[in-house]
Unconditional design. Structure first.
Length: 248
């Protein structure tokens, strides 16, 4: 259960919140069989920064991301994106919100096997009825290092290349916030480091607000700010900043 977070922030002034949660609870089931995945979580994800949520499997961190992204609804509490309250939105409003404001990167890539890398990247724009210019498409694909793989289908790509396609697909809509759920969990350590470097560059070079959930302290150390569940522990070799409690 994700409850009280610890804030492992690097020094610096925080930007305004791109995503915020206020006293969020997520309960599944009723009565004695009810399970609380989130209990009274309050946090802010600053704009233009890389925030990580770290915790072991089963701690509720993926549930938290799904609630913040509008994929799931809190039992109690409220969530806002870009200052806009999303709690209580209907399905159509949430669909439009996710299409325009949110990018997703998941552990298992979720690419369509019949589409080329470029077609997978442009799929969110196609669904929205938007046709990007060639220069923009080229720039997005070049950013993730796939200019020579754009005509390949997922089965012809390595795991790292598939995740690069997924990152480009998430960035192509220029979202308010990019959510990454264990983006390196299905990759070896070297390829995982390359993917983290891409996410880091999206923040540094383009100001892309990013929220990543992970169980890996070394992956979390890539972020500007880490929210850690009380059960999570940094390895002794980690260079993580000193823990301080945040408001929850």
């Amino acid at each position: 259960m994700f409850e009280t977070a610890l804030d492992l922030s690097l020094p610096g002034t925080e930007a305004p919140a791109a995503v915020a949660a206020a006293d969020v609870t997520r309960r599944y089931g009723e009565g004695e069989s009810a399970v609380e995945a989130l209990r009274g979580v309050t946090l802010e994800v600053p704009s233009g920064q890389f925030t990580a949520v770290m915790g072991p499997s089963g701690s509720g961190k993926s549930t938290l991301m799904h609630v913040l992204a509008g994929l799931d609804s809190p039992t109690t509490g409220s969530v806002s994106i870009g200052g806009r309250e999303i709690t209580g939105m209907n399905d159509r409003e949430l669909t439009l919100l996710r299409r325009r404001e949110i990018g997703f990167v998941f552990q298992f890539f979720n690419l369509l096997p019949v589409l080329t890398a470029e077609e997978n990247v442009l799929l969110p724009l196609s669904i929205a009825g938007r046709k990007p210019g060639k220069a923009f498409t080229d720039a997005v694909i070049e950013r993730v290092g796939l200019s020579d793989r754009r005509s390949h289908r997922p089965a012809e790509l390595s795991g790292g290349q598939q995740q690069r396609v997924a990152i480009a697909r998430a960035l192509v809509t220029e979202p308010t916030v990019l959510f990454a759920d264990e983006p390196t969990g299905n990759l070896d350590s070297t390829t995982g480091a390359e993917i983290l470097a891409l996410l880091r560059d999206a923040v540094n070079a383009h100001g892309q607000t990013t929220l990543m959930v992970t169980h890996d302290a070394r992956a979390a150390a890539t972020a500007d700010r880490v929210l850690s569940s009380p059960m999570a522990a940094w390895p002794e070799t980690s260079s993580a900043p000193t823990r301080t409690r945040c408001s929850t």
